[in-house]
Design a binder for this molecule. Structure first.
Ligand code: DLL
Length: 429
């Protein structure tokens, strides 16, 4: 493994005892902060008859109320803010599926906290002072562009803020400005790779790719690494925890995502009972933010499914817990013909077929009450629908219909890719 560089060696390699002591102090403090500064939080605590003074050790976290996206939506726009409105200096927002957005306000201190988490990720990927970093996620309400920006400033990188779109120009700028680090939503990283392939061009200075916001299969990771000639990292975070990078990334050992435990407490809870599951068992990641002021989340039910890979010190020297790459969200799970599966499994299966390209659609058809699945995938002419059906049967246990398209024929979205579509009597949506 390459020599490790740290943004904050003391924090990143703190002993487990030190981390637990920081977390307990943080938990007591943040519980008191939300309880005293916001009536919605106070009512939630009161409804369970719990007061922040009852937190004596880390296990007491389970006495606190669990919150979810609905709590954030119901309190749109600033109903959960725990600071004076004049202390809010920035906001980001995610649109979600129901229409009512989720808003995350930041104080100046919260922006520093975000920058610190992100800067640690850049260093963990091997980015050094002055390295040109190309930031391809959009700069706007989506937290991606600004998060990569704040962290790059803190880490002393040279920012090339291209934002989303215009892939041919992205490649040209990467060549002209000798981009060493590229940051992107996973499917956009794939797009950049495709354009380079079409142009038969190379970016010899590009060494590091930091990708996230969508599930990242090993197969796709391998393809991007090869196609771009880089080492790829899987970065994690969400609007509610303060944005990209707040929840960490994998290090160069690539054995799980390190979550910054001096800033967050991780719980993995059973989907049904909401009780903690043992390490190694899949459950819903539930997060408490310890160091954010404007809107700290308490036991936030992320809906993302993962498990604890290890709590041991990693070969990179970092001591922070490692989580498995995100399987998907609980609401992404598809149930067809009695089989439960995630879009990530379909992608992994498709990529094992030689000649299959990177763009695909999962179409759930429900015509006159009968549910079926059709997989549309871009591929070379040697790939047939039968090959797709056979491969998916092995993985899923039933045969979806497979349709093969020429590379470039299926639609693409800016930002996160839409993979799952529904088709009924009224058409595709
Ligand atoms: O997607 C933050 C982000 C931006 C992460 C750029 C990485 C790169 P949201 O739009 O609020 O924030 O969406 C958060 O996206 O709950 C996960 O379901 C999913 N997600 C984020 N990162 C990953 C990842 C950004 N590395 C939601 N792997 C989360 C799988 C991810 N899913």
């Amino acid at each position: 493994m390459a020599t490790q560089i740290y943004q904050n060696k003391q924090a990143e390699t703190a002993s487990v005892d030190e981390l637990r002591s920081i977390q307990l102090k943080g938990l007591k403090h943040i519980a008191k902060h939300v309880y005293t500064q916001n009536t919605v939080f106070r009512k939630k605590f009161d409804a369970l008859g719990v007061s922040p003074d009852e937190i004596k050790n880390l296990d007491d976290i389970c006495k606190l109320p669990i919150m979810d996206k609905e709590d954030l939506r119901e309190n749109y726009p600033m109903g959960l803010s725990c600071v004076d409105s004049r202390d809010v200096v920035e906001m980001h927002m995610s649109s979600g599926s129901t229409g009512t957005p989720i808003v995350m306000p930041y104080t100046a201190g919260d922006l520093d906290q975000w920058a610190e988490c992100m800067a640690r990720c850049y260093r963990m990927a091997g980015a050094m002072m002055g390295d040109p970093v190309q930031i391809t996620p959009s700069f706007g309400l989506f937290n991606g562009g600004f998060g990569f920006y704040h962290g790059a400033r803190k880490a002393g990188l040279f920012v090339i803020p291209t934002g989303a779109g215009n892939t041919a120009r992205q490649v040209r700028l990467a060549r002209d400005f000798k981009t060493r680090v590229i940051t992107a939503v996973v499917s956009y990283g794939i797009r950049v790779m495709e354009i380079m392939d079409e142009e038969k061009s190379k970016l010899p200075d590009l060494k590091i790719g930091i990708f996230g916001a969508e599930t990242f299969t090993d197969g796709m990771k391998e393809k991007i690494q090869k196609g771009l000639g880089i080492e790829a990292f899987d970065i994690y975070g969400m609007t509610e925890t303060g944005g990209v990078g707040t929840l960490g990334m994998d290090c160069s050992a690539h054995k799980g995502l390190h979550v910054w435990e001096d800033h967050y407490i991780v719980e993995i809870l059973d989907r049904e009972t909401k009780q903690p599951v043992p390490d190694g068992q899949l459950g819903v990641l539930t997060i408490t933010s310890l160091t954010r002021k404007a809107l700290p989340v308490i036991r936030f039910w992320t809906g993302d499914l993962t498990y604890v890979v290890s709590r041991e010190k990693c070969s990179c020297g970092r001591t922070h817990v490692r989580l498995a790459p995100i399987t998907g969200r609980t609401d992404d799970m598809l149930i067809i013909k009695g089989v439960n599966f995630f879009p990530k499994q379909v992608e992994q299966a498709l990529l094992a077929i030689p000649g299959v390209k990177n763009n695909y659609q999962i179409i759930i058809e429900e015509i006159h009450g009968v549910k079926d699945v059709r997989i549309n995938v871009e591929a070379e002419p040697n790939v047939t629908g039968y090959m797709v059906e056979k491969q998916l049967k092995e993985v899923l246990g039933f045969s979806p219909k497979g349709d093969v398209f020429k590379p470039g024929e299926l639609p693409r979205q800016e930002g996160k890719a839409k993979r799952v579509f529904y088709k009924d009597e009224n058409g595709l949506h």
